[in-house]
Design a protein around this ligand. Structure first.
Ligand SMILES: Nc1ncnc2c1ncn2[C@@H]1O[C@H](COP(=O)(O)OP(=O)(O)OP(=O)(O)O)[C@@H](O)[C@H]1O
Length: 315
């Protein structure tokens, strides 16, 4: 369990983290979301013992980060933003060095290094200096060092930053597989990553928690939750807009350009628009290219939360 209690960090007069409180348990993948400068990296640095909080407390699996820093660090693996490493070293030398620091020895050390090299597909670059590696490989070396000692807690600051789509997919799979018995905290700007790997999301801005919920719950707060979207290729736009807008329960119609026109019907609270839309489409005999009910849009919720348009959940 990680427990964070009223954590604050100021730099001079500037408050980067302003009283954050939450706890995370095994099996949870917590996604930190927030605009640039929200305080995500600063919070992660305090959890991992990289910088000291101005006030507040962090406990990692029962070890207080300030009073028992070695005990806390033993429990966690940390991938800092940008994954700094010793650039002149090769991944082989770097992982050997990290294994020594982590106290791995003998067969155990050899097996763990081999395991992470396979997991992160690093074989082809093991003897090339880290400075000369592509951004994606440097990131993967950073992830490898974070998981080398098989820690109970993983703190990964933007783990998929700089990776190509295949590598992003692989790293998300890896996080999902690791997360079964571990606590994982990741920060990300990529909203699809939250739905892909996180069981829970904390939205922060200005150093404060604005929302703490599962990705599903956040999507439900979007005005697009249960919206009905369709593409009508051959219908006169004014007619479609007018007919769709008059259906019961429709709060608004958004029109976008697609292969024809894409119409999104926003529902009034709790309205189920689908049956009425279906009936209208049949009566009119309009051809339909796509038709679906939306789950909600995380980007919409993120914008509304960070602009203060949705009520904050945490005071
Ligand atoms: N050492 C420091 N000295 C002064 N200000 C700092 C320091 N570290 C961070 N900050 C400031 O604290 C704020 C929060 O920074 P932080 O890196 O935690 O944000 P972030 O949410 O991780 O942003 P990003 O998404 O851009 O990485 C920013 O305004 C940043 O400039």
């Amino acid at each position: 369990m990680i427990t964070i209690d009223n954590l604050k960090k100021t730099f001079g007069r500037f408050t980067a983290v302003d009283g954050i409180t939450f706890s995370v348990g095994p099996g949870e993948v917590l996604g930190f979301l927030g605009p640039n400068g929200a305080g995500k990296s600063t919070t992660m640095k305090m959890i991992s013992g990289f910088i000291k909080p101005t006030s507040g407390a962090v406990s990692v699996c029962g070890h207080d980060v300030l009073r028992d820093p070695v005990g806390a660090k033993r429990m966690l693996g940390y991938l800092p933003e940008g994954a700094p490493a010793y650039g002149e070293m090769t991944p082989a030398r770097f992982l050997d060095f990290i294994a020594d620091i982590r106290g791995l020895k003998g067969d155990d050390k050899t097996v763990r290094i081999q395991h992470v090299v396979e997991q992160l597909a690093l074989e082809s670059v093991m003897h090339q200096s880290i400075d000369t590696l592509s951004k994606g490989f440097r990131r993967r070396v950073g992830i490898a060092q974070a998981i080398l000692h098989d820690p109970a807690v993983l703190i990964l600051d933007e783990p998929t930053d700089g990776l190509d789509p295949n590598q992003k997919h692989q790293v998300r799979e890896l996080i999902r597989s690791l997360s079964k018995e571990k606590i994982v905290i990741i920060s990300t700007h990529i909203l699809e990553e939250v739905t892909a790997v996180c069981t829970r999301a904390i939205v922060i801005a200005g150093g404060r928690v604005l929302a703490d919920a599962s990705p599903d719950e956040l999507e439900r707060r979007s005005r697009y939750h249960r919206a009905v979207t369709m593409i009508l290729p051959d219908v006169v736009q004014d007619e479609a807009k007018s007919c769709l807008g008059q259906l019961p329960g429709v709060a608004g119609v958004e029109v976008g350009i697609d292969q024809g026109a894409r119409y999104t019907l926003l529902p009034e609270a709790n309205a189920d628009l689908f049956p009425a839309v279906n009936q209208l489409l049949q009566e009119k005999g309009w051809s339909v290219e796509e038709l679906y009910v939306e789950r909600g849009r995380l980007d919409d919720v993120f914008r509304m939360l960070t602009r203060g348009e949705l009520q904050r959940e945490v005071a």
